[in-house]
Ligand binder design. Structure first.
Ligand code: AMP
Length: 461
């Protein structure tokens, strides 16, 4: 028996037998690391991405613990979208095939309440749902969490991206805190996730499968350039060659960020500049549009990029190689996170070559410059960002919630959850990222529809 056999775990025999029929022979890395502590009843904080087998990991832990004869809601699983909630329920049903009379209920927005209330009246063991709708049921009194002893947050980072922080806090407040096992799964760990994890888990075991920041996941390239014209051309060729969805280009001065962004924009790239001269609101809006993938290139100085809390940059470009090796490492460390591959391209002029020797000593590797991509082999189609942003003139003060906006967009055969990206609520307005090709449809739905019984002004920013 290898140590990754499911049979090495203390699982009920019927669950184990079913795993063989599902053809799950060996545990995946996240399962091997998280199942032993979860089965001991410990809280965990796990880095789990789609495809890692995270659903079966928490699914087996919760099913092993569930008391089927006690017909009470014992597990609550929160997911960011209806699609994920449905996927989770489906996987749980597969894992629970050998357990009779187990009731799993999916509660998501965008559909009417009536049938959900009917199902809740019949009772359930496990609820899988989106925070907005779960919160609505709690408010209506159609759902109670008094008997919940396992709480799971799946794709916690995405839930926060979608503006569900308040809803999640509200839900957790209504679940028992004594004897509750809390399992938090997230692909990335920005500050907000760390803080929610601290608040809701007790002595958690941390499970990291792929390192969140592993230098070997960054592919570094160096190019030699003669002057600034050549720098700009090199950047364009490299962008067209790699076609990254999100890139930060580091410049040394404010003026340079403006010039580079303007030139790129003029050539059809979705670029934005951030530098110290911007008003706070313009800076926030630029960062927000970049973070929600409505702009694919951010041109920044090191200082302006300081507050950038984005975990999944595809590429970092050094318009000029950084002043020193620490700064270089810090810049490129913004890509290649969360188990993803990242690209770092650095441009070096003759005058800057002394910095390369320093970097070679620091990294303990020889740096060779490469040829730029060949024009004739490039795809010159415009590189548009995948999303676009709507701004609604209604926010927290108008009691608009992320779930209300999502409901207005996705209800009655509207958009699908996967077409909607980040939803960010401000005091008096909200920003919503929508797949670029659906932006007009989304705009019309909001302009002609109602949110909380009211019509709000909406525009694309
Ligand atoms: P997830 O990361 O939860 O979305 O799971 C990814 C896929 O892997 C799903 O289709 C699961 O059914 C499958 N899967 C999960 N665990 C195992 C395992 N131990 N062996 C084989 N397949 C698995």
């Amino acid at each position: 028996m290898s140590k990754n056999d499911f049979s090495s775990l203390n699982l009920h025999a019927d669950l184990l037998k079913n795993l063989t029929t599902l053809n799950y022979t060996q545990m995946t890395a996240i399962q091997a690391q998280s199942l032993p502590p979860m089965l001991q009843g410990k809280d965990i904080i796990a880095q789990g991405q789609t495809g890692s087998g995270k659903t079966a990991a928490f699914g087996l832990a919760l099913l092993n613990k569930l008391e089927v004869k006690r017909f009470r809601i014992q597990t609550l699983i929160l997911c960011p979208t209806r699609e994920l909630a449905e996927q989770v329920s489906k996987e749980l049903r597969r894992l629970a095939r050998s357990i009779h009379n187990i009731k799993i209920l999916t509660l998501c927005g965008g559909v009417s309440f009536g049938p959900q209330i009917g199902s809740l009246e019949h009772g359930a063991h496990i609820i899988v749902g989106t925070p907005g709708r779960i919160e609505d049921h709690l408010r209506k009194g159609t759902l109670r969490l008094d008997h919940v002893n396992t709480l799971i947050l799946d794709e916690a980072d995405r839930m926060l991206d979608m503006g569900f922080q308040d809803a999640i806090d509200d839900i957790i407040d209504q679940a028992p805190s004594e004897n509750r096992q809390t399992l938090l799964f997230s692909a990335t760990f920005p500050k907000q996730i760390k803080s929610i994890a601290n608040r809701i888990t007790k002595n958690p075991v941390t499970v990291t499968v792929a390192s969140t920041h592993d230098d070997s996941s960054i592919e570094q390239h160096f190019y030699s350039v003669k002057n600034n014209d050549q720098r700009l051309q090199a950047v364009q060729l490299l962008l067209l060659h790699h076609r990254p969805e999100s890139t930060v280009i580091f410049c040394n001065t404010k003026i340079e960020t403006k010039e580079v962004a303007e030139e790129l924009l003029a050539d059809g790239f979705d670029a934005l500049a951030i530098h110290g001269d911007l008003e706070q609101v313009d800076r926030d809006q630029a960062l927000l549009r970049f973070a929600n993938k409505s702009a694919s290139i951010l041109v920044a100085t090191d200082v302006a990029a300081r507050g950038l809390d984005i975990d999944s940059l595809d590429a970092v470009f050094n318009y000029h190689i950084a002043h020193d090796p620490e700064q270089h490492t810090h810049r490129i460390g913004r890509t290649g996170r969360a188990g993803k591959k990242g690209i770092a391209c650095s441009l070096i002029s003759d005058k800057e070559f002394h910095k390369v020797s320093l970097l070679e000593d620091y990294l303990g590797m020889e740096i060779k410059t490469e040829e730029l991509p060949n024009r004739s082999e490039l795809n010159f189609e415009p590189m548009q960002a995948p999303m676009a942003t709507l701004r609604i003139d209604g926010g927290k003060k108008q009691k608009v919630r992320a779930g209300d906006i999502l409901g207005a967009l996705t209800g009655d055969h509207g958009l699908q959850g996967k077409d909607v990206g980040k939803i960010q609520l401000m005091d008096n307005w909200a920003y919503i990222a929508i797949k670029r090709e659906l932006i007009k449809t989304a705009l019309k739905r909001i302009a002609n529809g109602k949110i909380k019984g009211r019509t709000f002004r909406v525009r694309q920013v």
